[in-house]
Ligand binder design. Sequence first.
Ligand SMILES: [Zn+2]
Length: 293
Amino acid sequence: MIQVLIVGGTHGNERTGVQLIRRLQASSTELERNHFVAKTLLANQLAMANNRRYLDQDLNRCFSEELLSNIPENREQSRAKEINEQFGPKGPNTQTDWIIDLHTTTANMGITLIVQQNDPLALDMALYVQKQLPGAVIFYEDNAPTTNSFLCSIAKHGFLIEVGPVAQGLLRWDAFEHTRQALSHALDFIDLQLSGQLSLPSIREADVFQFTEKLHLPRDESGEIIGMIHPQLQDQDYCKLSPGEPIFILDTGETVLFEYHEPVYVAFVNEAAYYDQAHGLSLMRKRHLTWTD
Ligand SMILES: [Zn+2]
């Protein structure tokens, strides 16, 4: 029997996924498909109780092979080991086929479908969900499995649904509903795939965004933030940013222009969760990705 796990509360202040998991636990018919019944997990209940992303360390950075094999140094590392024992172990012998991890962002990113390593089946899932929800964006990261530190990397196939904008700690019906729909289509995909009813071309293709780097907010020598995202860039996630365009506005009123060697695309613009390291946005490149089985 295939094992499918749906996870919420990996980040304790992303309430949408938590609410959806609780709803699914209360009325489990939404977890059932012809070929499986999905399980659910609230990943970081301590952080949830404190309405914080994490207590000591981002749980979604604790699942690298190295961290999972070391003695835990904090509460999230301990929790990662527990989850890995219950649903892993990470690697070829994992007992979990799929993990679908539910997240929200404060950035204006709509429905983002994140595939965090080169996995044709997860890319097929993203493409399927995108066809059902036009406007959803595929975000692709080419992480190596061993160093991939995301929670969903302990399953054979991992998939993240990231919906925004929604403030930390907040519930918004639109974000909840988008998350619920994307999840439902993802579960349908697994069921169709198992039933052999998916007729996919031998070569699949999609436009995806691939992360390149994060940019810091303007800071002074002591590390204090001394500016903000420029209003022209605010909410412009997945738009193109060209060299010479405004990126930050300093507390002095001065505009900082984007200095770079080429145009890029932006995401996680003014993401509140990035303020712990004073990051202001992520740079992405747009790729036309093709893949086969
Ligand atoms: Zn998150």
